[in-house]
Design a binder for this molecule. Structure first.
Ligand SMILES: *Cc1c(COP(=O)(O)O)cnc(C)c1O
Length: 422
């Protein structure tokens, strides 16, 4: 499918006149339409709830949009819990799917009334000791081990993943938790990441639903919800077919009818913790070509770098690039599009065929809406960019300002050494 930016050059020029590049830009219209589609896809399940994975795009303005759709938040750290709290999420609107969790984070989650999703059996003792009780509603993360294969050859390797409990452990955990007063149980698993196939969720649902039936039989607990977690992917490459969320919802419904309903578990709520699918395509990194270099290769230097979008550098991930205003030009130039870090993996594209790029051209780096800004870092003293929300009416609103040197030096405020710049 041809990849088109959600913003026009004209609009971008208007925005860049107010906010300097680089910045992350989000498409409110796209976010909302997609959120509504997800809701429709699971409308067959009365208890359905999406817990937006905060780590994908931790911004209060984004969280508030999610809230309007009745979604909750999925957190895994203290600050994500704090942001959820500040945005008005509380009680069972918060899912805490953390791992290697410090006790004070369990305590804070419990204070907010959030649902604790235990990653390990040893956390039962930790939670009981920290809170002085076991919450009535509690979830456990399952890891079946082995290799998870889909028919298109995509696979992931749960057996090699640090998350979750084995089947004997989760069985034991349910028994212990029940004995200690837990009444409503959840099961969670995340077995494959960024799956671009309608098959993943239904396959995962089958594994989890069968496990739930088995656990209910063996331990006698009430399974209240099954959490399919994240993992629904997006087509980063133009040749990839996007997921059809309606087909995915229908696929999960069929497995539900097949496995849960006959077991008398037709009241189980389905939860999701999607991040990438909710925001990925509806955000982009906007950057400007500021330098060209002709050596052993043709380089285009831009004013963004891996500190703004790390995925190409760490995973070799493909992110599509549009040279704004040149959409119809022939892609007859082969470039490495690079940032300014003193790291040779700071490349947004390698040997990419693009239209001729002139200095000052605006480049849109696609699909940066999830795990983009949030993975940012300060290497080489690079400052985090602003985030801007493009509203449905065409207004652009800054939803996070860019860092300044003062922010970067703020952690030296205790000793006075950087006083000159603070
Ligand atoms: C990262 C994560 C998610 C979201 O994953 P996506 O690939 O963005 O959908 C959901 N749940 C947990 C526990 C995670 O760690």
């Amino acid at each position: 499918m041809e990849k088109k930016p959600f913003v026009t050059l004209e609009k971008l020029k208007e925005i860049t006149a107010r906010y300097p590049t680089p910045f992350h830009l989000y498409d409110e219209k796209g976010i909302r339409e997609n959120a509504a589609r997800l809701k429709a896809a699971f409308a067959w399940n009365p208890g359905f709830k999406e817990y937006f994975a905060v780590k994908a795009t931790p911004n209060p303005f984004i969280l508030k949009i999610m809230k309007e759709y009745g979604f909750g938040t999925d957190c895994s750290s203290m600050t994500e819990l704090m942001m959820s709290d500040a945005c008005g999420f509380s009680g069972h609107d918060i899912m805490f799917s953390s791992n290697e969790t410090p006790p004070e984070e369990f305590a804070f989650c419990a204070k907010l009334g959030g649902i604790i999703n235990l990653d390990d059996i040893t956390h039962i003792a930790c939670v009981e000791e920290t809170l002085g009780y076991i919450p009535e509603t509690i979830s456990c993360r399952y890891n079946p081990g082995g290799v998870f294969r889909m028919s298109n050859g995509i696979m992931d390797n749960p057996g090699d993943a640090k998350y979750g409990m084995t089947l004997p452990q989760i069985t034991e955990a349910f028994k212990i938790l029940k004995e200690k007063g837990a009444k409503h149980f959840g099961i969670h698993a995340f077995l494959a990441s960024n799956t671009v196939t309608n098959e993943y969720y239904p396959m995962l649902a089958k594994v989890l639903f069968e496990t739930a039936v088995r656990l209910q039989k063996e331990t006698g607990v009430h399974v209240a919800f099954i959490n399919l977690s994240g993992g629904i992917g997006i087509p980063y490459r133009p040749d990839q077919e996007p997921n059809d969320i309606m087909a995915i919802g229908e696929g999960v419904r069929q497995v539900y009818e097949e496995v849960l309903v006959p077991a008398g578990m037709g009241d189980v709520a389905i939860y999701t913790e999607l991040g990438r699918f909710m925001l990925g395509p509806y955000g982009c990194l906007v950057t400007k070509a500021i330098h060209e270099k002709h050596t052993h290769k043709e380089y285009i230097g831009v004013d963004a770098c891996a500190a703004n979008l790390m995925r190409p550098a760490i995973y070799g991930a493909y992110h599509h690039i549009t040279v704004m205003g040149k959409e119809d030009w022939p892609c007859d130039h082969k470039y490495d599009v690079v940032g300014s870090l003193c790291e040779n993996n700071d490349k947004f594209a390698i040997d990419r065929m693009l239209p001729r790029i002139d200095m000052g051209d605006l480049l849109v780096i696609h699909d940066a809406g999830a795990h983009g800004f949030s993975m940012g870092y300060n290497y080489n003293g690079k400052l985090r960019s602003a985030e801007i929300l493009l509203h449905e009416n065409g207004d652009a609103e800054m939803i996070r300002r860019a860092e300044t040197p003062k922010d970067y030096f703020a952690t030296f405020d205790f000793c006075g050494v950087m006083k000159k710049y603070l």
